[in-house]
Write a new protein. Sequence first.
Length: 389
Amino acid sequence: MLGSRRFPRLPINLRLRLQFPTGELETTTDEISLAGFSAPCPDLPEVGTSFGFVVHLPDGNLVTGTACAMRLGAAGSAGFSCEFTPAQQPKWEAFVQQEQGSGGLWRMLGRYASGGGQERSVLEKGPLGVLFRSEAPQGPGVVRLHMVGENGEAYRIAFEKHPSEKPEVSAFANADPKVQEFARRAVTRVLTHEVFLKRAPHAALESLRLVEMAKGGYGYLMMQPGGKLGLMGLHGSELIAIEVDGKSVFPFFDSGELDRIASDTFRVSSPSQTPTASPAVPVLKEERFSEKYVHKKVDSQQRVGCTPRQLSEAMDASQRVQTRTYGTRTLKLYPDLWLEVQRAAWPTAARGFAVEDGKSLCVFVLAGPDAPKVVRLEPGDVVFILREG
């Protein structure tokens, strides 16, 4: 339930070794936060049991500490609180902060890296069940997914252009009185039409009813065991369905709106959120999007043409670089280096971040043909470095 968490949880799968008293267990995290993580455990420990652990970060670094079993869930899952030494705490804080700011991008890049370098990383084929029966009556269909934006720009646009209702006249009107009172205080409005979201890379596509939170951010309605209505938060790393078999689906984003969503990429961190060497866990507000978010504006008129060598030099000079390793493959993302790429085969130019895939120079296309996707630069491409407006 929303409001019961001290820190936001982020869906990310990291290799994890748990050093139980009965022996070592290797598993993978389901979610992480500043205070701990959850993971599937075939042999569940007793609540309150403390033990050592090792987490493998995507850049190849290891983070170690002491975990305590706090919550045992169904299907062999467990939640753990964590304690770190002063030397380990900054590494964990820095990674969680990076995941909050650009985790959605890295999840898409991860699919690109694990897909053998194929350009198209957002199409998924498979039976859609009842979700898209009217759009895809033949069974299998093709769904095009798009990031929602790290600050929820897709949700913001959905509420701007489509009808919504106050919680007291929405589905909450038939809920338990306590739930009604909570909704009245916590929810501003409820979208009257459902959207189709993929809440994590490994999750199924779901039909969800969006809500706008009174204190900022977005969530969705859910039915709990026993038929009780509940509310869960969204964190900006979800994927939203925008097309099925080439046909636009609700919220019916146009190209300009997709550009807005693509540019909603990085949070602007407040000073209090900057990782420090202090072992104390920084205070973060729960289930919130950045209060100091500034929409990124890139002026395509302010652009500088560059050669591959000049682009490499610009990458070397960039002040902000994020690195993650996938097996033997290492990707580097340059969030401050926006590019425009013109290719003869494309009807329009593509724009996005510079990416280095080993010795290959790439662009993570956020606006342009078939965005989002990762494209390797080819001989004959015309590349411009864009300046922020």
